[in-house]
Design a protein. Structure first.
Length: 146
């Protein structure tokens, strides 16, 4: 995983949030996730060939990330990396192909913008899911993605 740092410019008119170093040449589509509440966890969902980039529009999300070791039968003990993504950090998190994710809103009304490098027609060929309790090997937690 990699983070791409952004920033904010403020003046009397308001503010502009930006991530100027995010090269969007590969992006084919985007969508926005807004969980119904802070107890819901979306996951585990993985993509063998699609990569994704995540940007928090408002609030914050806890994100768990796991590298899939075997697409037919992944080990439940694959290491899970846990981090907090916060809108105030102005960061884009890049998750390369080959990883699974699970997300939980930490604050009510949090919104997560997701960019993908394949069109929606590809989704049915590259969508792998497991139950929330499938992966069990939490490695560490941090306040934000490094």
């Amino acid at each position: 995983m990699e983070t791409i740092q952004g920033g904010v410019a403020k003046d009397h008119r308001g503010q502009i949030r930006f991530v100027n170093d995010f090269d969007m040449k590969l992006v084919k589509r985007f969508y926005i996730i807004k969980n119904a509440d802070t107890t819901l966890i979306r996951g585990w969902r993985a993509h063998r060939i699609e990569q994704r980039w995540f940007y928090v529009l408002s609030g914050s999300f806890c994100v768990d990330i796991v590298k899939i070791d075997d697409w037919d039968s992944p080990s439940p003990n694959c290491p899970i990396e846990k981090s907090i993504l916060n809108a105030l950090d102005q960061q884009v998190l890049h998750v390369p192909s080959g990883y699974g994710t699970a997300f939980q809103a930490v604050e009510p009304n949090s919104e997560l913008l997701v960019f993908a490098d394949y069109g929606v027609d590809n989704a049915k060929y590259d969508d792998y899911t497991w139950s929330l309790d499938y992966f069990v090997n939490l490695q560490h937690a941090s306040n934000s993605v490094k």
